[in-house]
Design a protein around this ligand. Sequence first.
Ligand SMILES: Cc1cc2nc3c(=O)[nH]c(=O)nc-3n(C[C@H](O)[C@H](O)[C@H](O)COP(=O)(O)O)c2cc1C
Length: 324
Amino acid sequence: MKTAITELFGIEHPIIQGGMHYVGFAEMAAAVSNAGGLGTITALTQKTPEDLANEIARCKDMTDKPFAVNITFLPTVNAPDYPAIVKTIIEGGVRVVETAGRNPTQVMPFLKDAGIKVIHKCTSVRHSLKAQEIGCDAVSVDGFECGGHPGEDDVPNMILLPRAADELEIPFVSSGGQADGRSLVASMAMGASGMNMGTRFIATKEAPVHQNVKDAIVAASELDTRLVMRPLRNTERVMTNDAVEELLKKERELGDKLKFEDIIEQVAGVYPRIMKDGDMDAGAWSCGMVVGLINDIPSCQELVDRIMGEANEIITSRLSGSLA
Ligand SMILES: Cc1cc2nc3c(=O)[nH]c(=O)nc-3n(C[C@H](O)[C@H](O)[C@H](O)COP(=O)(O)O)c2cc1C
């Protein structure tokens, strides 16, 4: 399949693995890129710019295909050292950056001067248009279904993607709720040039996370995610567990008096305990509604090949066969 996204990033298939905290290590990114998609290292999971440089170098040892680095702009007072992260990415010879959180205005000149392609992930048409205006090469349009931060507009991809298609001039991929060949063909029917997946890629053989995380994804249904931190306007879609139910109880009890400090135990620093140690009740971890469509743990190559095979079959047989 040849689309604006495969051409832009020099990849074989229009499938991207979005940045994921404590999942987006070199092993994950390289496995997706070697399977013909675009894998992504998550910059903020690395404690220092030196660690990030090392992670980029490790990824280059594992693949000679293009891969991306995700820079997430967090709503935090103690901002990470973004200039140092950008410098490390440029010096590491990375060709693609995925930005998210806030728009990347502050880093665009540096990335563009280095010839890096930028795909910005956002959750609305207005943010997509802003990304286009500031010179992003593509957008990842993240619907309400998505794992992680769906924003506050609550527009699912069935509406958001055609709205983006009507307004955007730069290419975009669907993000949130994507799992298989049906997702890819549906996204493309709505105007996307490919798809971005998070949750689906965690349940793969190569994902460098504890087996408990993969098993939890396979066991869960589409009813098992919750939205947390909505009262703080920092909504996150997570897998439900004891800690999340406790967090939601606090949200109900405190109402608009809720502060971040009230829920710190359930959200701060929990990722290593979940992703590395497999302590599945340690706290809130991002997970999309798409868990309801995930029933196995294939290799990235098997997953990508299956998606492309299904997409091919749907387009050439099921859809064309239904034309009268
Ligand atoms: C465990 C997990 C961690 C994530 N961490 C980040 C992150 O650090 N930065 C980011 O931009 N997106 C993050 N995301 C969002 C994904 O990149 C992607 O946009 C999202 O998962 C798409 O929705 P899906 O899970 O339905 O495929 C995360 C998602 C998951 C599931």
